[in-house]
Design a protein around this ligand. Structure first.
Ligand code: WTA
Length: 638
């Protein structure tokens, strides 16, 4: 029996039991059988959640690109590693073989070295979904530079905060990007961001849209001439198992974004293992994850997980609605995609369109469908199952987080029977627990509580860049000796898990994590705003949308308020990005507060959800009278 590839339910239970009984042995066998280690580890796992300190495969030496690329060259050099599907369907797709990927990564890595990047330096990558994004990430990993990819939809303020937080020396960007029928001027966003990033020495610029851009002397360099003259050989730098591989920012419920740090060996083993099992990847399959590499889903399941398995992975530059709503299905037909992994918000948006968009295309290559990023509602699940999977493809509803590095709870196709809205069972090695508010573990089935993980797994983040205290505080202090995910979940009578959503002040909008506090901070910078509170409310495409309650310094009249609404969203766009714009803005004269001055978001959430029948006891509030006014005002804007 191979631990690495589970094929039926009985085998799942056997492997799962083994993984819990003896986690060290379980992960050791997987690591031994499947990767290229330049030095073996001294210890499989060491951990102390109270500090927290976690290490996997300590003492081992390796390079992740050697595992993701070089290792496959002897047997699979001519196999396609990456299929690049451009924004314009009329443009040809590009197939990059493992051999070509090797060459391009080595050359790029040499450019990084020539431009002053050394092992351990941080490099910020702000690029659209073009091959250079994948290649620059791998080039960093080749020489042990730590990549910090920032999603290219973020604003210049969000970009500079991230660049400064991890003290990046270099930014890699492009002249611009295509997004459906539009182009976006990425370079000027970078220029604006860099006005307040004194430590960035170099900006490498990829030519993508051939627009005119300003190049700052001594700082900005076009990439192509550098690639043309760089040498082709670049031996991989041997890294320690626990050396940081990358930083990726995720929103917190308060304060600055958190730079989650993932390390080399554990992340590699975990993404490779979960990719292989959750997508039942087989030789010659074509895998497509529609996420942007700017998010963890793209890091783990467009790049590292697939490449570590020698897979063929699709990288799509465009959007699902361009040139029409059939684009996803056209791409599946064109590249004969076998596993398709997307987000519920995309499914819901596509399900609203005419069915013939999907019916027009041959989707018979599909074997497995995946969902990630937020709970998938029953209607979307059935639409996906009926129209895309033709009731023939298991749907894997995969629960995980930026912090977990890889998929944690998910069906294994052909093994775990699926039920809509259930992420089902933990993957081998994952020991979930549900806790009540007092920190007691809820044993047995038919319980619901806060979702925690009791034992470390190789892919987990090790710290928050520059702020280990915050790492402990956020994830390891709510419950003793367990990792707290911030999500709520229930366990049904058969032991299946259903994720019920965030229990903190993070709202998931179209699959993007948005902390409400940073948005409030942005709004409060508007000179007319005295105070604000933001909550999520259900939205039929986005899953959740944002509702802002705003107190003005002086109440304005109708027209003025309309302008203010625009300005508030403008400020949010500048500080965070358009994804964080508010769908509804209600001007109020007070916000419900506890006697200690904390805003009672629970009440605002109910009002935003239009469910005011059961607001609970509001008499203990400091200012109960404001609630009635807010309810009345909300009826007008619903
Ligand atoms: C939510 C994305 C329900 C959850 C990989 C989590 C989900 C947050 C699911 C992490 C799912 C992700 N069902 N909720 N299948 N997958 N989530 O860091 O609230 O962008 O905490 O990682 O998304 O979002 P992140």
């Amino acid at each position: 029996m191979s631990n690495y590839h589970i094929k039926n339910l009985e085998e799942y239970f056997q492997v799962y039991r083994k993984s819990v009984r003896d986690p060290e042995n379980f992960w050791e066998e997987i690591a031994e059988e499947n990767f290229l280690w330049r030095k073996r580890w001294d210890k499989v796992v060491e951990y102390d959640f109270s500090k927290p300190e976690i290490s996997w495969f300590k003492g081992a030496k390796l390079n992740i690109t050697e595992n993701c690329i070089d290792r496959h060259l002897y047997t699979h050099g001519n196999k396609t590693a990456i299929i690049f599907e451009p924004n314009e369907p009329s443009q040809p797709a590009e197939n990059i073989t493992y051999q070509q990927l090797h060459e391009r990564v080595c050359i790029f890595a040499n450019v990084l070295k020539q431009q002053g990047i050394r092992t351990g330096d941080r490099v910020c990558i702000y690029l659209p979904m073009i091959p250079e994004l994948a290649i620059s990430i791998l080039a960093c990993a080749r020489i042990g530079a730590i990549h910090s990819v920032v999603f290219a939809g973020f604003s210049s303020t969000a970009l500079h905060t991230r660049i400064n937080d991890s003290d990046c020396k270099m930014v890699i960007t492009s002249d611009g990007s295509y997004r459906g029928g539009k182009t976006i001027d990425l370079k000027s966003i970078v220029d604006e961001a860099l006005e307040s990033c004194p430590n960035v020495e170099k900006v490498l610029v990829v030519k993508r849209i051939n627009s005119e851009v300003k190049m700052k002397p001594n700082r900005d360099v076009w990439l192509q001439p550098l690639l043309d003259s760089a040498p082709i050989d670049c031996p991989p730098v041997l890294m320690d198992a626990e050396d940081p591989l990358f930083i990726l920012y995720t929103s917190g419920s308060t304060g600055k974004p958190k730079g989650m740090v993932h390390t080399t060996a554990g992340y590699m083993v975990y993404t490779a293992y979960t990719f292989k099992n959750v997508f039942q990847y087989r030789e010659n399959d074509v895998f497509w994850c529609t996420a942007d590499i700017g998010w963890i889903t793209g890091h783990s399941y467009i790049l590292y997980g697939p490449l570590a398995n020698g897979a063929t992975t699709v990288m799509f530059e465009g959007i699902p609605s361009y040139p029409d709503f059939g684009r996803f299905w056209e791409v599946i037909q064109k590249h004969k995609v076998n596993q398709f992994y997307t987000a519920p918000t995309a499914i819901r948006a596509l399900a609203k369109e005419r069915l013939d968009f999907s019916a027009e295309y041959d989707l018979s290559s599909l074997k497995i469908l995946g969902s990630v990023g937020e709970p998938i509602n029953e209607e979307a699940w059935h639409w996906y199952n009926d129209n895309i999977g033709k009731k023939n493809c298991p749907i894997v509803d995969t629960w995980w987080q930026t912090e977990t590095g890889g998929i944690m709870i998910s069906p294994i196709p052909y093994s775990t029977p699926t039920i809509p809205t259930y992420a089902t069972l933990p993957l081998p090695g994952i020991q979930p627990a549900l806790m009540d508010e007092n920190g007691n573990e809820l044993k047995g089935n038919l319980v619901s509580g806060r979702l925690c993980i009791k034992y470390p797994w190789p892919g987990m983040a090790r710290t928050i860049w520059g702020n280990h205290d915050r790492f402990r505080e956020t994830y390891f202090s709510t419950f003793k000796n367990t990792y707290f995910s911030g999500d709520g979940a229930l366990r049904d009578s058969t032991g299946y898990y259903r994720i019920t959503g965030r229990v903190d002040d993070v709202v998931i909008v179209s699959g993007h994590n948005l902390g409400t506090a940073p948005i409030e901070d942005a709004i409060n910078e508007h000179p007319a705003v005295a105070e604000s509170a933001i909550v999520g409310f259900p939205h039929d495409v986005k899953g959740k949308a944002l509702y802002g309650f705003v107190i003005l310094k002086e109440t304005g009249e109708g027209r003025l308020q309309e302008n203010l609404r625009k300005e508030i969203n403008q400020i949010i766009t500048e500080h965070i990005g358009p994804i964080a714009k508010l769908d509804k803005i209600q001007f109020v004269t007070g916000l419900p507060k506890t006697r200690s001055g904390k805003i009672m978001r629970r009440i605002l959430r109910k009002i935003a959800e239009n469910d005011t029948s059961n607001l609970g006891d509001i008499s203990t509030l400091l200012n109960p009278e404001c609630v009635e006014e807010i309810i009345e005002g909300s009826i007008q804007i619903q």
